[in-house]
Design a protein around this ligand. Structure first.
Ligand code: CA
Ligand code: CA
Length: 391
């Protein structure tokens, strides 16, 4: 090889260099050892570190060679199939652009690619990892959705994955299908990848489905249509509001509302309740909460003169129903008016005493706590007697 390099060099200096190199041998009959740059071969594994393949699949290996002094005397490659040399597959590559060797696997086997480089006195061979080739599994397409049903104008998201068969897959296409009034329609098929996704928003129809088709490298075709997803229509939603725990509530007292929900498209997307105090007809900051199909909620109004309790339901079809109870009065605190009838009289004393002795809650605990400390007890009876009844 060194001779070949010298033959290419031109110019007196380089000629002198070549001559000088030859002359450096000094003594007749002495040949200096050639400068050795170690050969290195890097096989870029077939199809990115693939360790498995299927019958009918074509794998292409490429490699890089470094060291010694290119161009090399001989670069060849061959496949070892089932640990037996397959010399008929040997291929000699003329240039780095041709450092490639492809094989289509005809039957189940193990395969390795060996690359052999010879240059001057150097020779190096390198083998790829073993690739296990098996019969392909059935070509199949899995399609999943992010929801079991969809409402009009609501987005539904689909994922699909092609597997089995002989990759690479040549042609993967998808199309959304719509069923309405006994007629099927569909969006045009669009190109996609073996693993893909799409979102669709129905504006009409009774149900929809996704169709995905594929052709693999063995020219086998598969076309799969998903299960049909119902497009939900509005169904009546019934919200039953039970009577509130009292027909009026004193500021600071507790009041409880309860409800039950039925009908509509199940499952419900959300159920919420709201306590909305009003003052002079204007809304005050409200209390919201997430609710269950049946439940109750309590609130202690701190301001306002009216209180509205309501429940709102959004069903699986995103159809909404809400119901509000009639506004009830929020009463100012009237110390001693335990039965909350606007008067302070003997009936209130009875109410307070019933609480102390029997545990029966007065209509207004806040009013019953006439001395406005932290509890209702006999002192409140005394307070009412002394301050209000004038007894
Ligand atoms: Ca009273
Ligand atoms: Ca008290």
């Amino acid at each position: 090889m060194r001779k070949f390099v010298c033959a290419l060099l031109t110019g007196a200096l380089l000629l002198a260099l070549c001559a000088g190199t030859a002359g450096a041998s000094g003594l007749p009959g002495f040949e200096p050892p050639p400068i050795q740059i170690l050969l290195t071969i890097v096989i870029q594994n077939p199809n990115q570190d693939k360790t498995t393949a299927v019958v009918g699949e074509t794998l292409t290996a490429t490699w890089l060679v470094f060291g010694s002094s290119p161009p090399y005397d001989k670069v060849s490659s061959f496949w070892i199939l089932d640990e037996a040399l397959a010399p008929s597959f040997e291929k000699v590559s003329d240039s780095p652009e041709d450092y490639v060797n492809s094989l289509t696997f005809a039957k189940p086997m193990t395969a390795r690619l060996v690359v052999l480089v010879q240059d001057g006195g150097s020779s190096l061979s390198v083998s790829s990892g073993t690739i296990t080739v098996s019969e392909p599994e059935q070509l199949s397409i899995a399609i999943t959705f992010d929801r079991p049903s969809v409402a009009l104008h609501q987005a539904i998201h689909a994922n699909w994955e092609v597997s089995g068969g002989v990759p690479p897959y040549k042609q993967v296409m998808y199309s959304w299908m719509l069923y309405k009034d006994g007629v099927y329609s569909q969006t045009p098929y669009a190109a996609t990848t073996a693993v893909g996704n799409s979102t669709f928003v129905p504006t009409e129809g009774e149900s929809l489905a996704l169709s995905v088709s594929v052709i693999d490298s063995a020219v086998k075709a598969k076309d799969v249509t998903s299960a049909w997803i119902p497009i939900l229509s509005p169904l009546p939603i019934t919200i039953k509001l039970n009577p509130l725990s009292k027909p009026a509530v004193t500021l600071g007292d507790i009041i409880t509302g309860s409800w039950s929900v039925s009908g509509g498209n199940l499952p419900y997307t959300s159920i919420r309740f709201q306590w909305l105090p009003l003052s002079g007809g204007q809304s005050l900051p409200a209390s919201f909460g997430i609710a269950a199909v049946e439940g109750y909620s309590s609130v202690w109004p701190k301001a306002g003169d009216q209180l509205i309790f309501s429940v709102e339901v959004v069903d699986a079809g995103l159809y909404t129903q809400s119901k509000s109870a009639a506004a009830i009065p929020i009463l100012p605190v009237r110390r001693g008016d335990a039965n909350q009838d606007g008067l302070v009289d003997l009936l209130d004393l009875v109410s307070i005493i019933n609480f102390i002795t029997l545990g029966t809650f007065p209509q207004s605990y806040t009013n019953a706590n006439a001395d406005a400390n932290d509890q209702v007890n006999i002192q409140d009876v005394v307070w009412v007697i002394n301050n209000t009844l004038g007894l």
